[in-house]
Design a binder for this molecule. Structure first.
Ligand SMILES: NC(=O)c1ccc[n+]([C@@H]2O[C@H](COP(=O)([O-])OP(=O)(O)OC[C@H]3O[C@@H](n4cnc5c(N)ncnc54)[C@H](O)[C@@H]3O)[C@@H](O)[C@H]2O)c1
Length: 366
């Protein structure tokens, strides 16, 4: 499994760390335009000080960079720079850079090591850990990829200081998710310190990041290829979220925002099917009610949507498989499971309706 290191500055002593993990000090550093501008000079300076040979590459800061075209261009840059199998790749950025960098590392010269240096809350707590790397195809997201575990994951929560608030809430969705699926005490901690974490206050931020990362790593370790149903529980709220993201054309809703709404739906579904009691439902909803969205987003991207249209879009991903939606549900706060049997459409539609009513009531209260 990958070694996860958390600290500030996490890059101090990088040369020694690479040596001790059998990594050559020959590194392709991949940024997106934002992380290059914000952190590029200081990271490259550290690499110089630590005696690294490096090549820097930058892609535009957008989801479209996770494409075959940009991978193809980067392969060319690497070949021209004489990068061979003895090199490795350091991905500095959010999930886009991490997924693209991991994809390139998994395929270049039949595979070179990848080191993840996540700079968004989502990447620190989720996408940089677990080795799923992919690019998108025009027919679907994350369809072309590999399982390629990073040698190292280097997490420095101080990088989050420059992250826009919308991105912080988006990453926070995954943090809360870990509490819901596997750790009741962590969920209470998040509930008690929600605004501290959003405000990036220490020690709350680091505890939230570290606990999330370790829950993800533990799940991945037990069920790497998602064969046992355990890794699937990381998709709590995601069945609804994928439909919402598709309807929002992958542009108007951040992934974490869709997951937040999806978790509200999944709580109602767990309750409706008799797994989650009313008290736990209310407690869960109170936490999810703390999330803020840009003005109009909830109304346009969820409340105004016909629940049948959302269900259709949730299903459209599955058309070529078995047309069966898979739901992760809660038995308790802190205990998730993958429901094997299929559920009546009407039950799913009711859960969506109740979630829409929840957000309508919330907007009246505010
Ligand atoms: N591999 C996995 O297991 C996994 C899991 C979840 C999501 N993902 C993927 O992750 C991607 C989303 O990742 P994301 O939410 O991190 O988005 P992102 O990579 O697009 O980053 C969001 C924005 O924040 C900017 N940014 C990054 N770090 C910053 C910093 N420190 N300060 C200021 N701005 C900064 C980026 O340039 C970008 O504009 C999606 O492509 C999704 O498919 C992968």
């Amino acid at each position: 499994m990958s070694k996860i290191i958390t600290g500030t500055p996490v890059t101090s002593g990088l040369g020694k760390l690479f040596n001790s993990h059998g990594l050559a000090k020959k590194t392709v550093v991949l940024f997106d335009a934002n992380t290059r501008k914000l952190y590029g000079d200081s990271i490259l300076k550290t690499l110089d000080e630590e005696g690294f040979q490096w090549v820097e590459l930058t892609v535009p800061a957008r989801e479209a960079s996770k494409s075959f075209n940009s991978a193809y261009r980067l392969y060319g840059n690497m070949i021209e720079a004489d990068v061979d199998r003895s090199w490795n790749l350091l991905a500095v950025g959010g999930g886009v850079v991490g997924d693209l960098g991991g994809y390139i590392a998994a395929s270049y010269y039949r595979g070179i090591p990848v080191i993840q240096l996540p700079t968004t809350l989502l990447a620190m707590t989720d996408s940089s850990i677990g080795g799923k790397v992919a690019i998108n195809h025009p027919l679907g997201k994350n369809l072309i990829g590999f399982f390629h575990l990073p040698e190292l994951v280097l997490i420095d929560p101080s990088y989050l200081a420059t992250l826009p608030e919308r991105e912080i809430y988006s990453g926070m969705a995954e943090v809360v998710k870990y509490g819901f699926i596997s750790d009741r005490a962590f969920l209470s901690f998040i509930d008690n310190h929600f605004s501290d974490i959003i405000a990036l206050k220490e020690p709350f931020l680091t505890k939230a990041v570290k606990t999330s990362a370790s829950i993800k790593a533990a799940v991945v370790k037990k069920d790497f290829r998602e064969t046992g149903g355990l890794r699937a529980t990381l998709n709590f709220g995601h069945t609804f979220a994928h439909g919402l993201e598709k309807l929002a054309e992958y542009r108007h809703l951040r992934h974490g925002e869709a997951v937040t709404i999806g978790m509200v739906c999944a709580l109602f579904l767990s309750n409706r099917l008799g797994y989650l009691d009313n008290g736990s439902l209310e407690e869960g909803l109170a936490i999810l009610g703390k999330f803020r969205f840009p003005r109009g987003v909830i109304r346009r991207r969820f409340r105004d949507i016909d629940n049948r249209l959302l269900l259709e879009n949730m299903l459209s991903d599955k058309k070529k498989l078995d047309k069966k939606l898979r739901f992760v549900l809660l038995k308790n706060l802190g205990e998730a499971f993958l429901l094997e049997e299929s559920i009546d459409d009407e039950v799913v539609l009711t859960a969506i309706e109740r979630a829409q009513a929840f957000y309508s009531a919330l907007s009246v209260k505010r």
